[in-house]
Design a protein around this ligand. Structure first.
Ligand code: SF4
Length: 703
């Protein structure tokens, strides 16, 4: 981290971490980023959190891969046995020509001998929009199927499923900054102070202006200090609690009849369904007093303008889609969509998870959520791509691909920027699968846990080394600009994709990401009126943009929805219990998530000096009373065991955690949270239940 304020030049780009998408000014000295300032982007208005301000130096870390690597013939069996500081024990350096030939050759051989479906692809929300688009195009065009996915499957897939089903679009209906026009806001199943810190500053300011903040979460998250109501409900009881709130709105006739009549369908079925969810009956299940449920219902339904924000506490359940359906219904019945200060906002996790999803990096949708099962949609793409048809069958998701490897069908993979050997649920199962692959190509900036299983590793660019657009949680398409050059022989990701495609017989011929963006626009209406040049000049444009000079619409659906007859839909949600009930062997509840200083699997933030210094050690949090009962002091090591596995980890005391819960961050490989997590998935979004596993907690002898 620089201690001097002098620099050679400065470049404006986008923070590479969370979905807030803060705009930054990178100060460059001697070819390195010295320090970072926030600038006046539409989302951040000059603000940055600790990750954006201090977490940049991972790009200069000595672990960066600077040359293509090919697995040595005498390497040990595949596993987490590669030291990222010294990968040459398992890999040998190669020229780009050789590495690309071996990478593509292995994929082509499987395709030609075993069929296209023997290859699957994981892209990443760390990709730019152009890289994500090229990745899904490569799998679809090069292998003829849709077995391509990315980390949205582990994040907001269930929210997107519910939003597309009920409002006709998978993105937010209003930017988070719209909270400045709200008088009431619900923040449920998320912890913005740690996970979307700059968004959280707007939420805090909203309360300082007198806005009423209702926080709902099984953990007493930091925003509770600013809330008028903190509903610390029982884990997994979201649907019971939300249906009880809606029951009050129905019983007390607080709903917006005019809005419901004009803009929705299926209201009578929803109303009928909610009769069975009285606050008295649901209080027992969700652990919230009936009067509190009533207060919240009256407050929300009576607001002039109200927003609902949610995160993975809602989505990462086997009933994640039902959780989101409830939030959508709550907003619809109260008429809280499509006006200033009103709307639905799932806070997106990674800096480009919105954009990568928009760009079609998902197995059931082509770009702009156009379904792969529609012949007309597919032919529109093959016309632009100038190649034959690809499968009309929806592809496999992240966890399904892992199972497909175990079943012996998927035999080779191309993984770009994703780290499923850390991020997948029941991760030992996933690691065993990657070890079985006959050919694995990994494109990344470090030898990640996933790259340890690779046959070929292609050295890629960090975000501050590349050009490309990204789309944040607010639907703001923003321009990322290169500030420094990639180290050694590392290359831009789009270039690597183009070179691989060429060796798979696809002559794409792009010479710049702007050409990819221009192609994306041909079949993505969401990008109408947004051009590369506009993004270069303006920095950000929100979609939809209604004219070449419109900065974009912060609020959508003020006059109907992109659904039949322009009407949004109520989809009643029933209570589905979590997949694993605590029992005598596993009596507590494990929930996983992020911490302020670390991001996802830690490959970047644990290589950032400041962030790693602040949060250097794997840890989990339990209520102090729980620790006392066990005879454990904060700082002692404990053992966590679920039906999948066991880890040892340092215990912390946190009064915000319920007494029967453990909170476990997933950034630490030495105590990998996902060794423990349950791979059971939501049937619609296919998202795993990271937020609820039955766990046993034991004191270690040395404790
Ligand atoms: Fe980066 Fe998110 Fe922090 Fe903004 S809030 S600086 S985008 S990590």
């Amino acid at each position: 981290v620089g201690d001097s304020r002098d620099f050679d030049n400065e470049v404006e780009s986008i923070c590479p971490f969370c979905g807030v998408g803060c705009q930054v000014s990178l100060k460059i000295k001697d070819g390195k980023v010295k320090y970072v300032d926030g600038i006046n982007g539409p989302a951040n208005e000059g603000r940055l959190c600790v990750k954006g301000r201090f977490g940049f130096d991972y790009i200069h870390h000595p672990h960066r891969i600077t040359k293509p690597l090919i697995r040595r013939e005498d390497a040990q069996a595949k596993g987490l046995n590669v030291d990222p500081a010294n990968p040459l024990t398992h890999f040998r350096e190669a020229t780009w020509e050789e590495a690309l030939d071996v990478a593509a050759g292995g994929l082509a051989k499987l395709r030609d001998t075993q069929g296209g479906k023997s290859i699957a692809g994981f892209g990443s929300a760390k990709c730019t929009n152009e890289e994500a688009y090229l990745f899904q195009k490569l799998i679809r065009q090069g292998f003829g199927h849709n077995n391509v996915d990315h980390c949205t499957r582990l994040c907001h897939a269930s929210s997107v499923a519910a939003l597309i089903e009920n409002v006709g679009s998978g993105a937010v209906t209003a930017t988070f900054n719209e909270i400045e026009n709200s008088d009431v806001a619900i923040v449920i199943g998320c912890n913005p102070i740690e996970n979307h810190p700059v968004a959280a500053t707007f939420f805090k300011q909203f309360t300082k202006r007198g806005g009423k903040l209702i926080v709902m979460d099984p953990r007493g998250v930091g925003l509770r200090r600013f809330a008028t109501h903190m509903l610390q409900f029982r884990p997994g009881a979201d649907v019971s609690m939300l249906n009880a709130i809606m029951n009050v709105i129905v019983e007390e006739e607080l709903y917006d009849k005019q809005y419901i009549d004009a803009y929705t369908e299926n209201w009578e079925a929803e109303k009928e369904h909610l009769k069975g969810f009285s606050p008295e009956a649901m209080s027992e299940i969700c652990g919230i007093e009936p009067e509190v449920l009533r207060d919240v219902a009256r407050l929300f339904a009576g607001a002039n303008a109200a927003m609902i924000f949610w995160g993975m506490g809602i989505s990462q359940h086997i009933h994640g889609t039902d959780n989101s359906r409830c939030l959508i219904s709550l907003a619809l019945m109260s008429g809280q969509i499509g006006r200033p200060g009103a709307g639905l906002h799932p806070l997106r996790g990674q800096n480009n998870v919105q954009g990568a999803s928009d760009a079609g990096l998902i197995p059931m949708f082509l770009p702009d959520y156009q379904t792969v099962t529609d012949d007309g949609v597919r032919s529109a793409f093959t016309e632009v791509w100038k190649s034959g048809d690809f499968s009309a069958e929806k592809g496999l998701t992240v966890t399904e691909i892992v199972d497909d490897i175990h079943a012996g069908n998927t035999r080779g993979m191309y993984i770009l920027g994703e780290n499923p050997a850390m991020s997948d649920p029941d991760v030992e199962h996933a690691r065993d699968a990657f070890a079985k692959l006959e050919h694995l190509v990994v494109q990344d900036i470090f030898v990640t846990e996933t790259a340890c299983f690779a046959d070929v590793i292609l050295p890629a660019s960090a975000f501050y080394e590349k050009s490309g657009t990204v789309t944040n949680t607010n639907r703001q398409v923003q321009m990322g600009r290169p500030a420094v050059t990639p180290p050694g022989e590392a290359k831009q990701d789009w270039w690597i994709e183009v070179e691989l495609a060429k060796r798979l017989g696809l002559d794409w011929g792009y010479t710049d990401p702007s050409e990819v963006f221009a192609e994306m626009k041909l079949n993505m209406k969401s990008l109408d009126n947004i051009t590369w040049d506009r993004l270069v000049n303006e920095g950000a444009v929100t979609y939809p943009s209604l004219s070449p000079t419109d900065p974009g619409q912060a609020i959508v659906f003020g006059d109907g929805f992109p659904r039949p007859d322009g009407r949004a839909k109520f989809t009643p949600a029933s209570v589905i219990a979590p997949d694993e009930a605590p029992d005598a062997d596993y009596p507590m509840i494990l929930t996983t998530g992020r911490q302020l200083e670390h991001w996802h699997t830690g490959s970047m933030t644990r290589r950032s000096k400041v962030l790693d210094a602040v949060e250097p050690e794997a840890n989990c949090s339990l209520h102090p009373k729980t620790l006392r009962t066990m005879g454990v002091e904060p700082g002692d090591m404990i053992r966590l065991t679920t039906r999948r596995g066991s880890i040892e980890i340092m215990a912390r005391a946190d009064r915000a955690i319920a007494e029967d819960m453990v909170f476990l961050p997933f950034a630490f490989v030495e105590a990998a949270a996902n060794i423990l997590t349950n791979p059971a998935v939501d049937p619609y979004g296919k998202i795993p239940e990271f937020k609820f596993s039955a766990v046993r907690v034991e004191k270690q002898d040395s404790a």
